[in-house]
Ligand binder design. Sequence first.
Ligand SMILES: C[S@@+](CC[C@H](N)C(=O)[O-])C[C@H]1O[C@@H](n2cnc3c(N)ncnc32)[C@H](O)[C@@H]1O
Length: 272
Amino acid sequence: MPVEVETWHHGLIAKWWAEFNDDFRPHEIPYFQRYLERAGQPALDVACGTGRLLIPYLRAGLDVDGCDVSADMIALCREKAEREGLSPTLFVQPMHALAPPRRYRTIYVCGGFGLGSTRGQDLEALRRFREHLEPGGTLLVDIEVPYGDGELWRYWRKEERASLPQEAGQPKSRHATSDGTELGLRSRIVDFDPLAQRVTYEMRAAQWRDGELEAEETHALTINLYFRNELVLMLERAGFADVVVQGDHNDAEPTPEDDFLVFVATKENVGA
Ligand SMILES: C[S@@+](CC[C@H](N)C(=O)[O-])C[C@H]1O[C@@H](n2cnc3c(N)ncnc32)[C@H](O)[C@@H]1O
């Protein structure tokens, strides 16, 4: 299937995720896990990446499939799972073209919504999530709020935007990987469109072996920025009748201090 989504989770950046991101934002893992354990299986991890959430859930005996638009992320996720004797159902698919092999009690997206896609594709993804949920099933989608990152927030002002693109630079540090190489990343903001609520980043990734530069790659990533009310309306437009917003993976009412929000949407239980 042709992939119409451009993201940076390929090649060396996918390798970085597999090597270094397992301990990133650990509170997210028990947050989603509780939903899966409360009669929320089978579940689908959309944009599962290299399995930061998926693999601990499989280890805990939960019935979870995974999908992602990046074949490299899926391949590394599969390798990591197989190393532990796990053999999950994993497939490569952009979320707006989601066509999974079964229906789910829970579908969750952690850190993947709005990446590399158009707003139209994001709405289509929400429709597909609803279509592939069982009646009474739950969708969980998180976002980082547009005002959460101070560096990005300043580019909403035209005086600041005039300085874009940010300067390209070399990775500031190198990190030793399991295959004896070293990896370094450096990202920059290249464009920001406040009318479209869309930021474009570029990431330079470099790999060294025995101190010598061995490979270099540059990838781009666009992110659609959503405020709370817009995403609630989109979920309603996609057919979800019951939408609750929570704070940063904490089951609580959101506050202005939350940099991340989770949208919990239920598909109506027609037969009940
Ligand atoms: C920030 S990573 C998060 C990975 C994983 N959910 C986690 O929390 O560790 C974002 C992931 O979303 C995937 N992704 C981005 N856009 C996507 C899309 N439109 N459809 C499916 N996956 C997508 C990327 O390939 C990447 O693996």
